[in-house]
Structure formats: C-alpha cells, structure tokens
Design a protein around this ligand. Structure first.
Ligand code: FAD
Length: 383
C-alpha cells in the first residue's frame, strides 16, 4: 500500500478542510446547543460533491476512490461528528448500498437526489427490542397483491426525521432468523410512517435521530432492494463499509482533540511556564497523537483493500473497534489538558468526548466487533 496521497486525494482533502473551516466550524457550538444542524448544509455538502463520493457520475455521483471518501469523512469528523454522520448514513449506508444492490430503476429513482443533497437517506435496522441481535428483528412485511404492507418500529435512526427515503429492513418470510429479512426502499412520506425525534442524546446532538413507527405502510413490491430474504446480507455489506466510515470519522475526532490540546498547552501558563513544559501534559498529548496515527493507518488500510477489490470486512471491524475506542481516549485526554475549561462547552474537548462516546456503540458495539474479529480468526461463531 502506497501511503503517499495522489494529487486528486490531496486536493479533495484540502477541499474538505476548507469546507469544514468555512461552513461548519463557526456553527458547531450553536448547532450542538440548539440540537439541530442547519439543514441547508446538506445541499452545500451535495454541491461540493461530498455526498456522491465513490458513486458513478452517471447517477449523479462524484466518483473518487474510498481513500478519498475516508479523507473527506475524517475532515467532517474533525469539524462536527453530527455532520459527518449525516454523510456516512445518507451516502455511506444508503446511496452506496443502492448503487451496489439496486436495480437500474432504483438507482435512477434515488441516487441523483441523494448524491446532490436534495434528498436524504436513512438506514432502518435497529428496533427497540433488537440492536446487536439485528438478525432477529420483528418488523413485518406481508405480501398483498403487488404490494407489501409493513408494520413495526425502528429505533435510533440517524437522519430519521430528515430522510426522504428509508432503507428499511423487515421480515417478509417465515424463514428463521436473518434468512427471513428483506430490504425495502420506503419513501418517507408513505402514509402510515410516522417519525419521532429522540431528544436528550449525550452527543451528536445536532443530528436528527428518530424513532420510526410503521403502521400498515403499503409499498409496491418493486421497492424491495435485492432478492427476497437477502436483506440481512444487504445490511451487513452496508455496515462493513460503514464501519470504515465511522473509523475515519473517529480519526477526525482524534485529530481535533490533538489540535485543540496542542494549541491550549502551548498557550495556557501554570507554574510560570506554558503547561506544554510539564512532562505529564506532554504524555497526554503524545498518547493522543499515537492513537490518531494508528487509527488513521488502520482506516486507510481498509480503504485500500476496498479500492483493490479485496476482502475487507474483518479489517473494517478492527479499524472501527480501535478508532472508536481511541477517539474516546483522545477526547478524554484532551479534556484533561484543558483542565476545568475542558468541562464547559465554549471549549471543544467536552463535545468531542460526548460525540466520541457513541462511536463504540453504533454500527456494532465494541463487543460485537470483537466477536466478528474472533470469528474470522477462529472460525467459531459466538453469535
Ligand atoms: P444491545 O444490543 O442491547 O447491547 C447492550 C450491551 O450488550 C452492549 O454493551 C453490547 O455490546 C452487549 N452485547 C449484546 N450482545 C452481546 C453479545 N453477543 N456478546 C457480548 N456483548 C453483547 N441503528 C440503525 O439501524 N440505524 C441508524 O441510523 C442508527 N443510528 C444510531 C444513532 C445513535 C445516536 C445511536 C445511539 C444508535 C444508533 N443506531 C442506529 C442503533 C445502534 O446501532 C444500536 O444502538 C447498537 O447496535 C446497539 O444496540 P442496542 O442499543 O440495542 O444495545
């Protein structure tokens, strides 16, 4: 693997840095306090091409490889994890999954809107009773003539109240466990689908997280994505790439923690000198730096494998596991460097820690990543 970025990758990274510094950084505290990112940002993300990365230009995408996608995702994570999550879900989990599994008609129906930012997608897998054990989800899709009628509840759905389309997973046959699950592309304005904002989150406060309730939601059979019974494969393939995107976002959190800690440590004085002179503060900073570098290299390795068409799922779990735990450590170490000022939201460390904390929980908890990695190494499934 060549660790030197190409001209295109360097340019897209700079574009993302400039975008974050101009369009996101000035608003981060305000959006966090208001519990809402300014929705007009989605259109801007589309215009600059960040919602179409790796998607073919014929469907409105902006092309590029997965390393470029990770570079942009890292920068967005450095700026605001709430914004990074909007892109990771609408592009990473929804548009890219449609691009991979969709029929020609489904691609033409949804990809131009999602990649341009005129539409938003969400990923409806988790339910109140099934999180880690997603294969036993209970949302039901019953065939009725040329339609399916869907009933159930989805929980913690990122972009849920903003979305135009829900990539929804529901049980459509009596086959046991994950074999009975199918995927559907449900327009969010379909009668019977209601959305309720989840308030009071520890972090990612600017993000529109929702509970989705489906009561006799009727959709044509043509909304099924991939063959019947393949829904769990669709979900797992989306999450394998999604974990790379979460890992890249975590690298961004770590980089933001590092930048903030270095700046503060070289300005704040105690005992007659800047706190950077105190070796134990240097230890905090060097611990952050090593975590960030290691997480970035693990993430880039996944992107390289994806771009070369090689198996990547286990490496993606390793990157997500390490990068998410590292982001929590990095943000916590940065908060320590800030002392008492780290505890109030005018300074960045507290928000970085709050935002980092969910990374070890969603798209598979750290425990689930360990089971995935352990299964790959031993051939024994603990699920
Ligand atoms: P549980 O599965 O109940 O787990 C509880 C604890 O038990 C965890 O520590 C877990 O690691 C542990 N555990 C469970 N099973 C095992 C096992 N076999 N071995 C060892 N330990 C185990 N979901 C979506 O579908 N779409 C989204 O867009 C989305 N966005 C989210 C955004 C936010 C802010 C949050 C908080 C969640 C989001 N989720 C989303 C849901 C997320 O993926 C789940 O919360 C996650 O998968 C964990 O499920 P759970 O919360 O039900 O925890």
């Amino acid at each position: 693997m060549n660790l030197e970025l190409s001209e295109e990758q360097t340019a897209v990274r700079q574009l993302a840095k400039d975008f974050v510094d101009r369009e996101i950084a000035p608003h981060v505290v305000e959006w966090d306090r208001a519990e809402e990112v300014d929705r007009s940002l989605v259109k801007k993300l589309g215009e600059v091409g960040f919602l179409g990365l790796t998607v073919d230009e014929e469907y409105g995408g902006s092309g590029g490889d997965h390393l470029a996608y990770c570079l942009v995702t890292e920068e967005l994570g450095r700026g605001d994890s709430s914004v990074r999550g909007i892109v990771s879900v609408s592009l990473g989990l929804v548009a890219k999954t449609i691009a991979h599994w969709g029929s020609e008609e489904q691609k033409r129906q949804w990809l131009p809107g999602l990649t341009s930012g005129t539409q938003v997608g969400c990923f409806g897998l988790t339910e109140p009773g099934t999180g880690s054990d997603a294969g036993h989800l209970t949302t039901r899709a019953v065939r009725d003539g040329d339609d399916y009628v869907i009933n159930g509840t989805k929980m913690f759905i990122t972009n849920g109240t903003w979305a135009d389309v829900v990539l929804l997973f529901a049980r459509s046959t009596d086959a046991p466990g994950h074999r009975g699950v199918s995927a559907f592309l449900v327009p969010a304005d379909t009668p019977g689908l209601t959305r309720h904002t989840v308030h009071g989150k520890l972090g990612l406060r600017g993000q529109a997280t929702a509970e989705l309730v489906l009561e006799d939601v009727r959709v044509p059979a043509s909304t099924m994505l991939a063959p019947e019974g393949k829904g769990f494969s669709v979900a797992m393939s989306a999450l394998a790439k999604g974990r790379m995107s979460v890992a890249a976002g975590c690298v961004g959190i770590g980089q933001a923690a590092l930048d903030a800690a270095v700046t503060y440590a070289t300005q704040r004085e105690q005992f007659g000198k800047t706190i950077a002179h105190h070796q134990l503060v240097q230890e905090l900073i060097s611990d952050i730096a090593v975590d960030v570098d290691a997480a970035r290299l693990l993430t880039w390795r996944v992107a390289d494998l994806v771009d070369r068409g090689l198996p990547f799922a286990t490496e993606s779990s390793k990157a997500k596991l390490f990068a998410s735990e590292a982001a929590v450590r990095a943000a916590n170490n940065a908060l320590q460097v800030f002392g008492g000022y780290g505890y109030i939201d005018e300074y960045p460390a507290g928000k970085l820690l709050r935002d980092a904390r969910v990374m070890t929980l969603y798209e598979g908890t750290s425990q689930i990543q360990k089971l995935v990695i352990g299964r790959a190494l031993t051939g024994v499934s603990a699920f």
